[in-house]
Design a protein around this ligand. Sequence first.
Ligand SMILES: [Fe+2]
Ligand SMILES: [Fe+2]
Length: 550
Amino acid sequence: MGFFDAIKRWRLAQKGLSSGKKRRIHSENALVQALEDSIWVKISLYATFAVGSGVLVLRASPDTTFALDPIKGALYGFIIAIMAIVMFQVSLQASCRRNSRVVLVLGGVIVHLMVVRLIMGLADLGTIPEIFRFFFVPFALAPMLHGVLLGRAVGAFSAIYVTLIGCLLVPQSEVLPFMILSMVGGISCVLLTNQVRKRSQLLRTGIYVGLITLLLGIILGRLDVISIFGTDSIIQLQLLAMGSGAAVGTAVLTALIISGLLPIFEGLFHLTTDISWLELSDLNHKLLRQMQLEAPGTFHHSLVVAALAEAAAENVQANAPMCRVCAYFHDVGKLKKPGYFIENQTDGVENPHDTLTPTMSALIIIAHVKDGIDLAVKYKLNPRIIDVIQEHHGDSLVYYFYRRAQDQKRTELEKVDRGLENPEDLPVVEEKNFRYPGTRPSTRESGIIALADSIESASRSLQKPTPSKIRALVDEIVRSKINDGQLDDCPLTLRELAIVKDSFSNTLRSMLHSRIDYPKDDSQAAKRLSNNERSDANAGGQVIPMPKRA
Ligand SMILES: [Fe+2]
Ligand SMILES: [Fe+2]
């Protein structure tokens, strides 16, 4: 197919109908997508998890609760696994939509349980001192991995189910201590790794979880601290040192292994952790450096959009580091024709749009989305960045050139009325030709960036900004986006939108601080605004309301 496409492009290029280049697009492999969405694959994964849990209990140590009746034990394991699947399906919808996530979560739980079984086996063989067997269990393994990669809820899910099924794998007399250690260790690990942004934080979490395990071990009588003051204090001290080393060492080693494996998991499961987003936010990326030199206006605009979006995302608990990185790259497509975008035009230099028809101008402006995707695919940017490039204008209207085209048509129409022009020469102005191709923002982060983008662009023309003018501008932009249906596919709630608007106003106010003109009766104006008594004049005439979609 590729070969025939190339010949077709070459023939069109010969006729002058094509540039001969192929635009890169971002799409998933069809087979991978089918496997990701297949309900049968999902059912098979669930069945494997449930049966696997049962088999693990069946093969447990001879001194476990169901040692005399292993079939009954396996059945208990199977039932708890079914409960886990039901909980997973009901409350973790977002995580289980893709089958690869199911593999990551349920596979992680099974691997964690296999490690528990292995440690119990080694303790039975005497390789590990029996009294310390729990200090060698990596309680943080699945909860930390899932918490960092998929969020707190999935981490807590892992902590609960590795504990419940794990209870069937430990000696009968040790069920309660294991339950407490595993649950407290797992949950505290999830809480400590919430929004972890540096690898060193993972290591710190490992140390804390190790210390918590040690403390609980002492409380539960696994280590006898008092007897170190007794007669055989040397032996007791040795035991204490060994136990402490095992507890902290195991937890730290678990954190180190997870930290090392994270990039592999991120690549395999198409996930990006906050740690990676922070690493990606380096402004020295080749494309950003090029933007700084060739499109300095766009570069500055992207930095401001990043600041606005990051602060707003932080306030609604959306992914703030992701917002920052995606905002840096959202207008990267403008690099193809930087001079055609207002932020890169300088006074005294001719505006290239002056010599173009409005339709042609709109085409060039709209093309920056596809050019951006093309560049992002070429430079192998993160797929979430590509989604934001695709969605940041939704299918909105390039209003300025649409209005100019209508004005031109009106002038031509007057000429026709006066008999100066042939009616057949009238230009056709269709709204759809002035709209971006879409798609509309589909995530909260994408929606926040789309809003921040429009607000930053509009704020540049704000004359003598005052806090109330800024607030009115933010309100107007958000309202026009909603009216145009641009946020219809975005999961931002009205409450979140209100918080986002507050955040935008505050950030913009601090950014425009040097330009802000504080009028004496500003508090009155703000009061009037909050009472919805605002007249359109308060908007400062800065925002052109978008036409409502038909
Ligand atoms: Fe843009
Ligand atoms: Fe932009």
